[in-house]
Design a protein around this ligand. Structure first.
Ligand SMILES: *Cc1c(COP(=O)(O)O)cnc(C)c1O
Length: 459
């Protein structure tokens, strides 16, 4: 390898640390980026790898919102542990094919080993259930709906919903992730089948409202089928009441899916585990390692309490895929993907390097930084708008008197100065709240202090 390439790769491994000294975001005009690409890459004339790679690294540095920055207080995009960069490099070099066990025995078993550990943390039984890595939470949610429909309607996969005359209904709170709209479209239940249920003032799905909706739908010819419990909603960090939802689902014979894409990582900490009490009663769970577990994207994880509907949903047979030994499962007949990269190595290496106790401390540190931010904001007179034990704080300045424009402008000004990244989240009533989430395990009290200074300038 040339010295230049060697130096570049060293700088990439140092990036998780060095990025803290740079602006959080760089937002160029589209024409500026396109002009650089047009002028340097016509793909007729080859560019030496060192040169192209260094050029791209420079573009990424200047023209990215650096989600790994300790003052990126944005959506659930984490800093990455160095183990994740090591893992992704190894995956690219070996390029194992995880369609069948027999092509990638080490890789498939490494994934299953890590998933069984995490599944037990959720309180689900790896011996009875199924688990696999996915591209992200969206794919995992899609898988949950497929599995639920397959269990409820054994002929869904062969004859299709229309032939069965079924009108299954999916319930999710008004705060639930929008991926379910796309999933309803893709699975054939249709977007109208997604019934958004009212929440309480804290953004948590209202169980009485759900019970009413289920009864009304049954009377109107719908077939209540799936309830999505969001454990850590994207906008406000709400955790739906899992035990009460599990009771209702058991009574009404509905599939309970816990979308814990971000919040799922609480199960790693004995102190935070009670926030997710009841998740062990879910029929399926979505949990993204690329959110609070701080591995690079994408590393979605899907867990199901029972193996059967998952195996049925993805069953197929080919004449060209090599056979695997007894007692193994080929990933291509157990999940949506076919040719699949070794997603789980970064999770395995993280668990191996850290160990569960250090990881629990890391999760708790982020929760503590969220508590610190919330406390300090309140002390300075900001109004805290959301109600969650998770490290996500929504806030407004009382003097803004509900002006959505003030919050939008404040977020834009903070982002524009480049020292921190926050957003102004739109609420169903048209209000805007400043939103700051602790997404980096490298965020320190000093970083929180800088954010406080930045937002105080906008009061
Ligand atoms: C992020 C998120 C998703 C979507 O997951 P991706 O990994 O982005 O596909 C779904 N639900 C919730 C609650 C999320 O936070």
């Amino acid at each position: 390898m040339s010295d230049d390439l060697d130096a570049l790769i060293r700088s990439l491994f140092a990036l998780p640390e060095s990025i803290a000294g740079e602006p959080v975001t760089g937002l160029p005009a589209p024409a500026e980026v396109r002009e650089q690409l047009r002028s340097r890459y016509d793909f007729a004339r080859p560019v030496p790898l060192e040169q192209a790679a260094m050029d791209v690294a420079g573009m990424l540095r200047r023209w990215s919102t650096h989600v790994t920055h300790p003052r990126y207080f944005g959506n659930f995009n984490p800093s990455v542990a160095v183990s994740g960069i090591v893992a992704e490099t190894m995956v690219a070099a070996f390029n194992p094919q995880l369609a069948v066990w027999s092509h990638a025995p080490a890789a498939v078993e490494i994934e299953e080993h890590a998933l069984a550990f995490l599944m037990r943390k959720l309180g689900l039984d790896p011996g009875a259930g199924a688990a696999h890595f996915a591209s992200g939470g969206s794919e995992a949610n899609h898988t949950a709906v497929l599995a639920a429909l397959t269990e409820r309607y054994p002929e869904y996969g062969t004859r299709g919903l229309a032939a069965l005359g079924a009108r299954p209904r999916l319930y999710a709170s008004a705060e639930a992730h929008e991926s379910f709209e796309k999933i309803a479209h893709a699975t054939g239940i249709g977007r109208e089948a997604v019934r958004r249920v009212a929440t309480d003032a804290g953004g948590r799905l209202s169980v009485p409202a759900l019970a009413e909706a289920v009864a009304a739908d049954r009377a109107a010819g719908w077939e209540p089928c799936i309830v999505v419990a969001t454990a850590g909603s994207t906008a406000v960090g709400a955790v739906d009441p899992l035990p009460a939802l599990a009771d209702l689902c058991a009574r009404e014979r509905l599939w309970l899916h816990a979308d814990a894409a971000w919040g799922g990582s609480c199960v790693m900490s004995p102190r935070l585990r009670p926030i997710l009490a009841g998740i062990e009663r879910a029929d399926s769970v979505t949990w993204d390692a690329h959110k609070w577990l701080s591995v690079p994207m994408g590393a979605g994880m899907f867990f199901a309490a029972r193996r059967r509907p998952v195996a049925e949903a993805f069953r197929t047979r080919t004449g060209y895929m090599p056979e695997s030994p007894e007692g193994t499962v080929d990933p291509y007949v157990a999940s949506l993907q076919w040719s699949r990269r070794f997603i789980g190595l970064k999770v395995f290496l993280l668990l191996a390097e850290e160990g569960e106790e250090a990881l629990a401390r890391r999760i708790e540190h982020q929760a503590a930084m969220g508590d610190l931010l919330r406390t300090r904001l309140a002390e300075r007179g900001w109004r805290i708008e959301n109600d969650t034990p998770l490290p996500l704080v929504c806030f407004t300045w009382p003097g803004w008197k509900g002006s959505a424009g003030r919050a939008l402008a404040a977020a834009a000004n903070v982002v524009g100065r480049g020292r921190a990244w926050i957003s102004a989240v739109l609420r169903p009533d048209g209000a805007r709240w400043l939103r700051a989430c602790i997404t980096s395990f490298r965020t320190t009290p000093e970083d929180v202090a800088i954010l406080l200074d930045e937002v105080d300038r906008e009061r």
